[in-house]
Write a protein that binds this ligand. Sequence first.
Ligand SMILES: Cc1ncc(COP(=O)(O)O)c(C=O)c1O
Length: 327
Amino acid sequence: MTVSSPVLFVLHSPTTDHPAADPVRTDALAPILRVDDLGVTRGDGIFETINAVDGYPQALDAHLARFELSASMLELPAPAVETWRRAALAALDAHPRVPELLLKLVMTRGVEGGDRCTGWVVAFPNTDFSRQRTEGIDLVTLDRAYPADVMTAAPWLLQGAKTISYAMNMAALRYARACGADDAVFVSTEGVVLEGPNSTLVAKFGDRLVTPPTDLGILAGTSQARLFRWAQERGLSTSYERFKVDDLDGADTLWVCSSGRLAVPVRTLDGTPRTWDADLHAAALTHLRTARDQRGRMAARRTDLPRDGYPAASWQDVTPDDRVDGQ
Ligand SMILES: Cc1ncc(COP(=O)(O)O)c(C=O)c1O
């Protein structure tokens, strides 16, 4: 028996070192992973989470480029990007229309001793973040316990790759919540601000937006990049700079940015209340929700992968119980 949400496509040829093959729609509730898959036994793999707002995937090219970069950092075979794109669009197309849909692309090193990676795309409704987006969140700083030069000092830590080893990130979020906050931002041993467990921090100082540079061993955020492009079009300046927590005292707005949440303002940092530029935030949020890139526009059209055997999707098919919280 199949269900209309989540929607799953499996890639039997996820990398370019094997002949191309179409992604195959598979029952999302059927077991598809082997117990000796290195993604399961070692957390050895990569992922991306893409938000599709009103049927338009956001920053799809940027996510696919980061997927390729993560693969190369883990010395995995190169992802067959066009197959991943087709799988993502097919999953989007096959899912009932919801205001925001997450597309999760996962590629593991495959089964122990095997000769190919395991890959799949799953589509499921995004959590409703409207409250966080309008009311802001409480943020705490947490020690990441590595130095600012971690990428060169210890490249095997894979900082800057989006790996599926997120147990530490989830533990940090639980710790933040146990402290009464909603989220965390990491700092290096020198006190340099890094990134959140699943987000990028952006600070606004007057007409300048600043975010930490990726040479600190942090992910290049696609949402932060979209925010920066929009800010530049409005005549604001943007830069990648190192700063410490105390430097944030001078910021008039702090945002936590991620594909699922887009941009949420910070209302307290380590318990200290903060304000934000409400008009600018509202405009930024509208832009982040509604801006479509050309690829997204094309993606919103029907894809050519088969839908056979699966029930026709409709809005009503998705109940809150179907929702999966998982950026
Ligand atoms: C560690 C980390 N940094 C930053 C981000 C934000 O990236 P994006 O805006 O592309 O979702 C994420 C997203 O999940 C993340 O996991």
